[in-house]
Write a protein that binds this ligand. Structure first.
Ligand code: PMP
Length: 372
């Protein structure tokens, strides 16, 4: 039987390159620093206590029933923590899903979105698949947001949606809050009307947020995730916005998008905000140590970071450095062929011993004789 798949798949989808999630995990000792996860599996000292609580909490989950479609209990906890109303919160299957829902509510003839580049790949991937035009605004020197150029693009393109990762992935920097504010204001003006998504996936490592400013900006949407603080496996993202925005986005969300086990696990961990903060503090300290150590090495530049990863640019070709690190058991994310990121690698901050292993491997990779 002959079947022409190309005749049925949308051209926008056929034109896309699949999202790359890194090498398949293989058995053996590997230091995994490629996906911006937390290295702490529920925090070593408290793992036992938390595990017992998890077991109790998960044992109560009624697996024969559909999960709570609106994650009411979880939203209640979050509303208290974040100082917003429950109606301002939507729970998603990872912030990836929240990004997709936002794309869905603006998609349609003539729809476009604006993003700085380089930034998180999913903003453009989902949009293109839905036929949304993507206006890319290159970042300036040291990956700073070029506000004038961005505002110019807004006037010309009139997008319906803007994504700003704050801090930005993969560059690690926090854009100037004044520039973000200027974009928020411009996107609620006569020339442009757009939702502005401030994606705070790395807020635990930056300590900065636009959440307190929701009252000022009716078009502001803040995204959070539990993926970067030790729960990447449960897939839980959080969208926070004004009630009207949340009501619209909820219309395109599938009713049971977040399963019952994930909701229960999130409730347990959110009840332990102090522990999450302790893990984050360790990572921030390690990040500064790694930045200083890489900064002192010849043949490599480390960009400042407010996230749980650092971007480095090597004098040797990035592909070769990456392969060399891999041969030494260190897995990092290779961006060296991505636009604007020639010879750049993104390295997630791991546990102290993992960071030591990375630093040793990098020094060996860049060491005398290899700097050609
Ligand atoms: N936003 C940003 C800026 C990210 O870096 C990531 C993860 N790489 C995500 C969203 C997606 O996170 P989640 O695991 O919640 O889907």
């Amino acid at each position: 039987m002959r079947f022409d798949l190309h005749a049925v798949i949308r051209p926008e989808v056929q034109a896309q390159v699949p999202y790359h999630t890194g090498p398949e995990p293989r058995p053996g000792r590997r230091v995994k620093l490629d996906a911006n996860e937390s290295p702490f599996a529920l925090g070593e000292a408290l793992r036992g206590e938390l595990a017992a609580e998890f077991a109790r909490s998960l044992a109560d989950v009624e697996l024969h029933r559909y999960p709570d479609p609106t994650a009411r209990e979880l939203r209640g906890l979050l509303a208290r923590d974040l100082g917003v109303a429950e109606e301002q919160i939507l729970i998603a299957n990872g912030s990836d899903e929240a990004i997709q829902l936002l794309q869905m509510v603006v998609a349609g003839p003539g729809a476009s979105l604006a993003i700085p580049v380089p930034t998180f790949a999913m903003y453009a991937i989902g949009a293109r698949a839905m036929g949304i035009r993507v206006a890319e605004v290159p970042l300036g020197e040291d990956f700073a947001l070029d506000a004038a150029r961005f505002l110019d693009t807004l006037r010309r393109e009139r997008p319906r949606l803007v994504f700003l990762a704050w801090p930005n992935n993969p560059t690690g920097n926090l854009f100037d809050p004044g520039a973000v504010q200027a974009i928020l204001e411009a996107c609620a003006g006569r020339d442009c009307h757009a939702l502005v998504v401030v994606d705070e996936a790395y807020v635990h490592y930056s300590g900065r947020s636009f959440l307190p400013r929701l009252g000022e900006f009716p078009n502001l949407v803040v995204l959070r995730t539990l993926s970067k603080i030790g729960l990447a496996g449960i897939r839980l993202g959080i969208l926070i916005a004004n009630t009207d925005v949340v009501r619209e986005v909820n219309k395109v969300r599938m009713p049971y998008n977040v399963n019952a086990l994930s909701q229960a696990a999130a409730r347990v961990v959110l009840a332990h905000g102090d522990i999450v903060a302790q893990w984050a503090a360790v990572i921030v300290k390690e990040r500064e140590r790694v930045l200083a150590a890489v900064g002192a090495m010849p043949g490599v530049r480390a960009f400042p970071s407010q996230a749980n990863f650092v971007l480095i640019r090597t004098r040797r070709p990035g592909d070769a450095v990456c392969a060399d690190l891999l041969s030494r058991g260190i897995v990092v994310r290779n961006f060296s062929r991505a636009p604007h990121l020639a010879d750049c690698l993104r390295v997630t901050i791991g546990a102290p011993e993992e960071n030591d292993a990375f630093l040793d491997a990098l020094a060996a990779t860049l060491g005398p004789g290899s700097d050609t």
